[in-house]
Design a protein around this ligand. Structure first.
Ligand SMILES: [Zn+2]
Length: 456
């Protein structure tokens, strides 16, 4: 923890309700004051932020760092969180797969140990909900896990699909301690049959992944999960929402008081299904990319607040793995992108569509902190909060190049490759410690800490 006094001077401080010009004072890792023209004492470190947006660091609600486990050659805690830092992310919420599956305390502790030694940014850990670990949910809550991720679609043998009975039962159990369930919402059989059919027909149009797993496959699962959650009075996060129909439905039931948090990913707000023709398996993710009209209309639900939080769903594969099957319909789903997502949102949201900086701060930080029950420790620039701060040059233009990523898997084939961004993260600070500045990682493995929602 930084013990000296730091002043970030003359920045445009982004709060959730306004942007104000002023100074932020940081002492002992926390923000201690926000005012104009703070007097600089001789022992102060001063960071000049004139012309910069001073934002709360992004809280990425959805990453797959794949470490520890057999897939850590794709991504690990050190590289994945260096990439996060470079992208303005100060806290990551890591998903319980395909690392060692976090289904009980033993494996939670194993991940906690690996992450504590290697993470450069602060971190939260998701646990899993599968038919195998229904008796471990409370134990995981006591460990401080922020919630439970379940797949309504088919998943893996080690991490099986959460079937409806178990999902309802799990919701009932976690409602007892105000826990959070997160679902990958796609109807398992309909999605699976769709992909198998297009594979059998040797369909050569990759954009038809959107037809193989169509909007109503996602809609049905969103509807079902939301119905269950309301009946059990459980907090629910709908992961990576892609469809307007789903967002519209969730908007309505949120207005009726449902305790639902809607996550989307920047890539669903930027790319349409045509990116699949261009990038093929490198753009394959589930739910799939949708049509252009859907992408454009999904922004309405960002602006009206239906979509609460943004996850990168960062989960890289090596280039070799993405062509392993020789059949698009069978290749792995997912890609790395966490160092691109904030600049992508600034470019497409703030500059192109007029999203306010304040709304961006809620979307990328404040709302996630509230959902994870760690607000105002995280997610805010108000005095008392952790000094998780990023400086963003709002007008700097740059071109994304995945080969220069800090991620372990450096690919030139990803969806963001060669995309021109306007808005660049200049520096990233976690609890007052500079961990990324001017293109360089300054933080070290283990400089990030576990954020335990139970430690109040
Ligand atoms: Zn994911």
């Amino acid at each position: 923890m930084s013990t000296e006094k730091t002043i970030i001077k003359n920045g445009n401080i982004v709060l959730e309700n306004e942007v104000i010009k002023g100074d932020l004072v940081i002492e002992n890792g926390r923000i201690t004051a926000m005012q104009s023209a703070v007097e600089v004492e001789s022992n102060c470190r001063v960071i000049e932020a004139d012309g910069m947006m001073v934002m709360p660091g992004m809280i990425d609600t959805h990453v797959h760092l794949q470490d520890p486990g057999p897939y850590d050659y794709r991504e690990d805690w050190y590289h994945g969180t260096c990439a996060a830092a470079a992208g303005g992310i100060t806290t990551v919420a890591d998903m319980p797969l395909p690392s060692v599956a976090v289904l009980d305390k033993e494996r939670f502790d194993l991940k906690l140990e690996t992450a504590s030694k290697n993470s450069v940014v602060d971190f939260l850990l998701w646990g899993g909900i599968t038919p195998k670990n229904m008796d471990k949910l409370e134990e995981l809550n006591d460990c401080g896990c922020v919630g439970y991720k379940g797949f309504m679609s088919f998943a893996t043998e080690e991490y099986p699909q959460i079937t409806d009975g178990h999902l309802v039962d799990g919701m009932r159990k976690v409602a007892g301690f105000d826990g959070l369930i997160a679902v990958h919402a796609e109807n398992a059989e309909a999605a699976d049959f769709g992909c198998k059919r297009f594979s059998a027909e040797k369909c050569e149009d990759e954009a038809k992944l959107d037809d193989a797993r169509p909007w109503w496959v996602e809609y049905e699962a969103i509807h079902r999960a939301a119905l269950f959650a309301r009946q059990q009075d459980t907090r629910l996060m709908v992961c990576h929402t892609t469809i307007v129909q789903g967002a519209e439905y969730l908007k309505r039931i949120k207005a009726e008081g449902a305790k639902i948090f809607v996550e989307s990913c920047p890539h669903y707000l930027i790319f349409d299904r045509n990116i699949l023709r261009e990038k093929k398996a490198f753009a394959k993710c589930t739910p799939p990319f949708r049509n252009r009209e859907n992408v454009d209309r999904l922004w309405d639900y960002v602006f009206d607040g239906t979509i609460d939080v943004m996850g990168s769903d960062h989960g890289p594969f090596t280039d070799e793995e993405k062509g392993k099957e020789g059949d698009f319909w069978k290749e792995y789903c997912g890609f790395g992108c966490n160092d691109a997502v904030l600049s992508a949102l600034i470019t497409e949201g703030v500059h192109k569509r007029g999203l306010s900086w304040s709304r961006l701060a809620s979307l990328t930080s404040g709302n996630a902190a509230r959902m994870f029950q760690i607000y105002p420790q995280k997610g805010s620039l108000l005095p008392g909060s952790d000094a998780d701060i990023i400086l963003v040059d709002p007008n700097a233009e740059w071109v994304y190049d995945g080969t220069k990523s800090f991620s372990k898997t450096k690919s030139a084939k990803g969806v963001y490759q060669d995309m021109r961004f306007k808005g660049k993260v200049v520096s990233t600070m976690v609890r007052g410690n500079m961990i990324f500045s001017e293109g360089k990682i300054i933080g070290c493995a283990g400089s990030g800490s576990f954020v335990n929602k139970n430690a109040k």
